[in-house]
Design a protein around this ligand. Structure first.
Ligand SMILES: NC(=O)c1ccc[n+]([C@@H]2O[C@H](COP(=O)([O-])OP(=O)(O)OC[C@H]3O[C@@H](n4cnc5c(N)ncnc54)[C@H](O)[C@@H]3O)[C@@H](O)[C@H]2O)c1
Length: 362
């Protein structure tokens, strides 16, 4: 029996706790005894996390290691091609098992690669970044970017299991912890006002990685996925901050490349502003959110051309329907509503507001 905490989820086994104490080996022995194991890492998780996994069992010493270049700019089809070619050279079969060991880029792209090779190889996620632990590894969305369009190619395939060991966070740079904080704030804002009150003043990256806080955030995401695994309705609330956030991220992807968590934080501020402008959120609730985001995230200046470019990208967002831009907005803190139509003009106003904040703060 494992000493780790199991989070109820009918799509993937989710276990939190020390990998050494976890059911990982038992799970592999039960389901993948005859399989070859392929471990996908990026250069950083190769250096900082792989040894910890190999220490769990000598059977990982025989695994094939696939090394990806790190960063969002490498979450692209060209890298997938190279990995699929390597899979073919190694003659991997559908009975083999992929283990994705890394942040959201590795789990998104490793899941995508595994889900398509020979019509799908089973995979397990072992997230190593805070953002990966509380968000990216959970929910079965795999994907890669296409030019400036975020996650434009992807599949909905759940990992067979997700093993979350917070000790991996010991080597994660502090700024990456803060990017994970953005998605934790999102979970609180869309679903749990009490959790929002608990985490809104946290500034210290160490305090963000305590097991209780991680578990609460993971439970919020897992419970939403449980109710709506394929994003037919409710799951869309997880996109709060992402309509404008993905627009900003995609726009800068080919140049300065802003981190996903950073863009989500800016997107949440902009979409909370929109919620207030539409009379869904009170002025004081909006200020509570703006102040929280200002305490941890840097606001960027956006000129008129950049704002126009971001709006153009948002028009291509996957969440849109029949030429309308669909957004998830807050109807009070802890309550999110989805499929809210927003106009180009409204997005422009929210982006101008972000720009105003950048000039008044930075
Ligand atoms: N599938 C989903 O539901 C979902 C949800 C949210 C975000 N995402 C995706 O997740 C990605 C962002 O994830 P991220 O913030 O983890 O980025 P990331 O994977 O790029 O990781 C951030 C950096 O930290 C390094 N790193 C990771 N773990 C480490 C460790 N333990 N020690 C030292 N360095 C470590 C990585 O190599 C990288 O340089 C985006 O592509 C986003 O689109 C997906």
């Amino acid at each position: 029996m494992s000493d780790c905490l199991n989070i109820p989820c009918s799509y993937s086994k989710i276990e939190i706790g020390s990998l050494m104490e976890s059911s990982l080996i038992n799970f592999i022995d039960t389901h993948y005894k005859e399989s070859r194991i392929i471990i996908i890492v990026d250069e950083n998780t190769h250096d900082f996390c792989l040894e910890q996994l190999i220490n769990v069992s000598s059977q990982f010493e025989a695994a094939e290691i696939i090394l990806l270049p790190p960063g969002e700019e490498n979450k692209v089809l060209e890298v997938c091609f190279q990995v699929w070619e390597a899979f073919s050279e190694y003659n991997f079969s559908r009975k083999d098992l992929v283990i994705n060991l890394g942040g959201g880029v590795v789990t998104d792209m490793g899941g995508f690669i595994a889900s398509l090779f020979k019509r799908g190889i089973d995979f397990i996620h072992i997230p190593t970044s805070l953002l990966g632990m509380v968000d990216a590894s959970i929910g079965g969305k795999t994907g890669i970017d296409l030019g400036s369009y975020k996650n434009q190619l992807g599949t909905f395939i759940h990992p067979k299991a997700i093993y979350i060991d917070p000790s991996f966070l010991e080597t994660l740079p502090a700024k990456e912890v803060i990017y994970g904080y953005a998605e934790m704030l999102k979970h609180a804002l869309i679903r749990d006002v009490k959790h929002w009150e608990e985490i809104k003043f946290i500034k210290n990256d160490v305090d963000l990685t305590t097991p209780e806080i991680l578990i609460k955030s993971i439970q919020i995401k897992a419970s939403i996925i449980e109710e709506d695994p394929q994003e037919g309705g409710l799951r869309k609330i997880l996109n709060f901050g992402h309509t404008i956030g993905h627009g900003i991220e995609g726009f800068f992807l080919q140049s300065t490349s802003l981190a996903h968590g950073h863009c989500v934080a800016l997107g949440m501020c902009a979409e909370a502003f929109l919620s207030k402008e539409k009379g869904l959120l009170s002025q004081s609730e909006y200020m509570d959110i703006e102040n929280c985001i200002r305490r941890s995230f840097h606001f960027i200046s956006l000129d008129a051309t950049e704002i126009e470019g971001i709006i153009e990208l948002i028009q291509q967002d996957k969440k849109n329907s029949a030429n309308a831009i669909n957004c998830s907005l807050l109807q009070g803190i802890g309550n999110c509503i989805y499929d809210q139509k927003i106009s180009n003009q409204e997005i422009g106003n929210a982006l101008f507001h972000l720009n105003l904040l950048a000039s008044s703060i930075n």
